[in-house]
Design a binder for this molecule. Structure first.
Ligand SMILES: [Zn+2]
Length: 249
């Protein structure tokens, strides 16, 4: 059963972020979820793993931290599947697990990790998530009716902050940068000052500097202060040249 956080009986969410690990969303698109929530859309997070392989902290500690972070990000729903941390695989079983969540939550937009990267869980979660979005819309999918009618999200976006690629667009998160940082710092077992794994983990001041510097970099690309980058595969369509944002010269 999913490890359900924040909402015991979730309704649908408008924007669902799917990521391999707890704290991935906080690092890549937490500010965007805050932006969407402030605009009146309901947001949600699906973590594929529970962090049992981490150097620091138990899965139970990370579950509690994820719930705190979800509250800070003001998401309507967060849950975690039970895929093995460090060994996320694109299998039929895993596609069905994600498709069941998609049919229940019925998001219009899904945010996935970018499809290339250093960590195999991240790029595998990208393909796995995409194929699950496709599968969720198939009427003949082998899923019990109680998971809901077939549903395919309208929009799939890739959070590319981990990847060294030019984004298709950025989302201005200037109003939410501090809250986004606090959601990341909620993972105290990962980012607090501790001796275990000290060589692998960076202290809080470094997290703050890195978060702000990265967001500033992407903000500068589009003439705003702080931003998060995204890639979309499809070409955008414009109905009025006069409404295009971001000054050219
Ligand atoms: Zn990760």
């Amino acid at each position: 059963m999913p490890d359900t956080l924040s909402s015991p009986l979730p309704g649908r969410v408008d924007v669902l972020a799917i990521a391999a690990h707890r704290d991935d969303v906080e690092q890549t698109c937490g500010g965007t979820l805050l932006v969407q929530q402030a605009l009146g859309w309901s947001t949600g997070i699906l973590d594929l793993t529970r962090g049992e392989s981490g150097t620091r902290g138990t899965a139970a500690e990370r579950a509690a931290e994820a719930e705190t972070a979800a509250d800070i990000l003001r998401v309507a729903h967060r849950e975690a599947l039970d895929l093995p941390d460090g060994n996320v695989q694109n299998t039929l079983e895993n596609r069905l697990k994600i498709a069941a969540v998609l049919r229940r939550l019925r998001p219009r937009a899904v945010i996935l990790p970018y499809w290339q990267g250093r960590h195999p869980d991240h790029y595998t979660a990208s393909t796995l998530g995409y194929e699950a979005c496709f599968a969720a819309g198939l009427s003949r999918l082998d899923l019990a009716p109680e998971f809901g009618a077939p549903h395919r999200p309208y929009k799939i976006l890739y959070a590319s902050l981990y990847a060294d690629v030019r984004p298709t667009f950025v989302v201005d998160i200037t109003a939410h940068i501090e809250t986004r940082l606090q959601s990341l710092l909620a993972y105290r077992s990962q980012y607090g000052a501790q001796s275990a794994g000290a060589g692998l983990f960076v202290p809080e001041e470094d997290i703050r500097e890195r978060t702000f510097a990265t967001a500033r970099h992407y903000g500068l690309l589009a003439g705003v202060r702080y931003a998060e980058p995204f890639v979309q595969r499809e070409v955008a369509s414009v109905s009025d040249l006069m409404s295009l944002p971001v000054q050219s010269i």
